[in-house]
Design a protein around this ligand. Structure first.
Ligand code: ADP
Ligand code: MG
Length: 368
């Protein structure tokens, strides 16, 4: 069971949910949430589980008003690996969940990093006597096409997994079988619009309760990534501040231009600088590199610092127990992570401000 059995004090929950302590207390009351009590000196103090914190986040959603009329689609993509696409996808999914959004994270990379980050074992096959809870049974391919194993498409509700329980984000996991999606799409008429149309067709059914679909893409250039660009309202491009990746940025900019020239919908691009290190001049260089590729119209989100904490999130043992993996955002107890959490929250707010501006009255359809 990879969900870390973290226990959260009231003082931890306040910054996580980004509301006042009085509001947290009221929400706990209103939702009838009963804390566990752990010994503290001669008395006890209340602590809450992550599931309870996520339940409070859901309560926050019900309090909020203006929401998107159909799911906002956010693609995370650059045609270059190791820049932090999956890390950013994972962190933003967690943080946006805390902000009250119903999140669906889609792992669209057959290498399945996002799936691993969520505690699943995409490369394991069922082993009698071992729990199969953390194995990958279906991928997004099964939602789109019948396969050798599944004669019909599989409803999204049977594909999604809930790594943090009922109140947490939904994940469409990946494994190597997702690789077939590229072959299928390649033979598909209107392949670029296929994903976009699928989302539109399912907005009132399978996706009815979803506020934001976040798609973590493979770093390759393929018909799958093109389809995901066309499906997206927003495109987040993580940009490594410690290694200029100018060619891949330029390639992406050209890709978007050619899609637009074919009268296809293209997303609003937002750069998310990652691997920031203090005392380097990289940020100025990256800004000018971005501008050379995209012109001035790419907003640059607050940067995410380079941190020792991230690489560990992919480590897991090959036994029955995974290392406890939690996005920063859910690690409220650790003071050293606070500034990183601030940064992630800053990126989310930046992105959602643009989403709301680009999609007036919470209706993204009007952008186009
Ligand atoms: N800000 C960061 N600081 C340190 N390591 C990071 C940071 N962002 C990502 N990483 C690490 O870099 C590696 C690649 O990240 P990942 O998100 O898988 O990249 P991508 O999806 O673009 O291939 C992972 O080991 C991840 O933990
Ligand atoms: Mg990745």
């Amino acid at each position: 069971m990879p969900i870390k059995r973290n226990k959260y004090r009231l003082a931890d929950i306040v910054p996580m949910l980004d509301v006042s302590e009085a509001t947290v207390r009221r929400m706990i009351e209103e939702n009838g949430i009963v804390p566990e009590r752990i010994p503290a000196g001669s008395t006890t103090r209340p602590v809450y589980s992550l599931e309870q914190v996520l339940q409070l986040a859901k309560a926050k959603r019900q309090r909020a008003k203006a929401k998107f009329k159909r799911p906002l689609v956010v693609a995370v993509y650059v045609p270059k690996g190791g820049v932090g696409m999956s890390t950013v996808s994972n962190e933003l999914t967690a943080e946006l969940t805390l902000q009250g959004y119903n999140m669906l994270a889609v792992d669209l990379d057959d290498q399945a990093s996002l799936t691993v980050m969520n505690g699943f074992q995409p490369d394991e096959v069922p082993d009698p006597g071992k729990s199969g809870d953390w194995l990958v049974k279906h991928t997004f391919l099964n939602a789109l096409y019948p396969t050798r194993d599944e004669k019909l498409t599989v409803p999204l509700s049977e594909i999604v997994v809930k790594p943090y329980g009922e109140y947490g984000p939904r994940l469409v996991p990946a494994d190597i079988t997702l690789g077939e999606l590229g072959y299928r799409l390649a033979m598909q008429p209107n392949r670029e619009q296929f994903l976009r149309n699928w989302i539109a067709a399912h907005a009132d059914s399978d996706l009815k309760d979803i506020d934001i679909i976040l798609i973590d893409n493979a770093p390759s250039t393929s018909v799958v990534s093109r389809a995901s660009l066309v499906a997206a309202d927003l495109l987040l491009i993580p940009v490594r501040l410690d290694a200029l990746t100018v060619k891949s940025l330029r390639f992406l900019a050209n890709e978007l231009t050619s899609l637009a020239e074919s009268q296809l919908s293209i997303p609003q691009v937002i750069a998310v600088p990652n691997f920031f290190k203090a005392n380097t001049t990289a940020s100025t260089r990256i800004t000018s590199a971005l501008q050379r590729s995209f012109g001035d119209n790419v907003p640059i989100a607050p940067h995410i610092a380079e941190s020792e904490r991230f690489p560990r999130s992919l480590i897991h043992d090959n036994g029955h127990e995974l290392e406890e993996v939690l996005p920063f955002t859910f690690e409220a107890r650790n003071r050293s992570l606070e500034s990183q959490h601030e940064a992630i929250r800053g990126v989310c707010k930046f992105v959602m401000n643009i989403a709301e501006e680009a999609c007036p009255r919470g209706h993204p359809e009007t952008v186009r």
